[in-house]
Design a binder for this molecule. Structure first.
Ligand code: CUA
Length: 156
């Protein structure tokens, strides 16, 4: 069987690329421990949120120099605590879970955008450099009053 020289080159390049990609995947997965972000290790019983720490006391805690931890719950149709106030320049570590169904946790104009799944704890950190009012809204359809589900972060 005769294979044209250009076809041989093409096949060699193609098969080489395949093995390069498999090697990159293998090294990143097994040697470097890269895994999908969906693999949560933080799980709680979604029916016991009100009695499970830290969600039994949702709130804002100062943990450092202009650094806060915000423990929040999402529910139909709101967030606790509501309308949190922080000083400008504050770094906030959000820890959020849901008490009922899947909700969203998005702050337009920032990189904060999480899916809040019952039984899972979602975390994200954001630094609020500018004073102003930041809307937190739900961007996962969760029921009749979904479009009213929001709260505010007031940066002073
Ligand atoms: Cu909560 Cu939509």
């Amino acid at each position: 069987m005769h294979i044209h020289r250009l076809e041989k080159i093409w096949l060699t390049v193609g098969i080489t690329m395949l093995f390069v990609f498999l090697a990159v995947l293998g090294v990143s997965a097994f040697a470097m421990g890269t895994k999908p972000p969906s693999e949560h290790h933080h799980r709680i019983d979604p029916t016991q949120v009100d009695t499970t720490a830290p969600f039994d006391k949702p709130g804002l805690t100062k943990i450092g120099d202009n650094e806060y931890e915000a423990v929040m719950t999402a529910f139909t149709f709101g967030y606790a605590p509501d309308n949190m106030e922080i000083p400008a320049g504050a770094t906030v570590h959000f820890t959020v879970t849901s008490k009922d169904v899947v909700h969203g946790f998005a702050i337009p104009g920032t990189n904060v955008n999480m899916m809040i799944v019952p039984g899972e704890i979602s975390q994200i950190t954001h630094t609020f450099t500018e004073p102003g009012e930041f809307l937190v809204l739900c961007n996962e359809y969760c029921g009749g009053a979904h479009e009213w589900m929001k709260t505010k972060i007031i940066v002073k």
